[in-house]
Design a protein around this ligand. Sequence first.
Ligand code: EPU
Length: 418
Amino acid sequence: MYKFKIKGKARKLKGTISASGSKNAGLPIMAATLLAAGNYTINNVPDIIDIRTMAELLSILGSKVEFKNHELKIHTDSCTCYEAPYDLVKRMRASIYVLGPLVARYGKARVSFPGGCALGARPINLHLEGLQKLGTNIEIEHGYINADTKKLHSNEIIFEQRSVGATANILMASVLADGTTIIRNAACEPEINALAVFLIQMGAKIEGIGTDCLTVNGIQTLHSANVSLIPDRIETGTLLLAAAITKGEITVKNCCPSDLSMVLEKLREIGFSVNVNNDSITISGKGKNPIEISTNPYPAFPTDLQAPFASLLSTIKGKSIIDENIFSDRFMYISELQRLGADIKLDKNRIVIHGGNQLTGAPLMASDIRAAAALVIAALASEGETEISRIYHLDRGYERLENKLAQLGADIERIEDN
Ligand code: EPU
């Protein structure tokens, strides 16, 4: 096990850094390779734990997977197993992404039922109801979802709530269903668009990409495809926030500025200067204005940057407010920020931050991927030394974040945690 040792305060981040490929685009795209026998190459893949967990799951299901130099090669000629075991699903909920593809291609799947997680209750009713509407029988037994169908058929699916995961699962299943499926109130996150584009490369017929209504004309079989993953907008945002909290000046290249429009708007509102080019973002200047943020589905403010923004706002004088509207309990990091001296009060799904206190280093513990990122950002502005344990959470979603930050001038080390 490892922890980070960070010496903060004195150093302003400076320089240019590249964004990695997107975790949340990579995971469903990897699962989509189960839809058809063939050879797939996926490039720009971040070398992070969640991608390796999905690779392990695909191997268990019978795929051959090689992962080298950010390139994944996946061969999916035959599936020898239809089960996503508890051990993998409990490590990564996105394992549920294999459910739709397995049912669509083989007519059966057995996937461990995901339990709660550090973000609160995370039901999967929309995934299951959607699959049932496409003609899948579903039973829950001994902690597993047993799903089977003779042949999926089309339907109109109206999600009562926007869900990235349910949209991805139903989209993957419906491409092989008989007839025309309409998915309403679909998620339109860039990662869903990336999945849809990949499915089209595999031969799928999908219209409405980028909107909340997807129309899928099911076909009999799909074929192999290759893809390069879109940049990770959440990693990009995290790097920008790390620079902002140190009052530094950095450029993140190989990123997609338009995927971060609302986030960049909020940084400008705080007072930072943010300039964008085709595929790069430069941030500089100082923040001085407290702000209000509400997380909501894309293109609104992303929940995945809620915690990292709370760190930044803790250092901005005045009263900021954040409403978390996606997850029921995504505030576990607050008590850790309080240990650094941040003044944050929680009231149901709202936090009120009275920013401007000088943060001071302390031992901290990470509780999920983005909470870990928030603690790293806060540590960069804290006087003295901060140690952050349980950074395996961070490693699930960020490829060697400490190397990127060190390249920009941060004093950060990964050390053994005994
Ligand atoms: N929901 C239901 N029923 C369902 C599915 C979702 O009630 O069947 C609820 C959830 O409980 C939540 C809301 O709908 O309140 C939205 O959840 P969504 O399904 O959109 O989230 P997800 O697919 O489980 C993905 C990302 C998360 C990101 C959210 C929201 C992946 C692998 N995960 O999760 O990313 O926060 O969308 O944008 O793409 C992360 O990367 O750290 C992360 C948690």
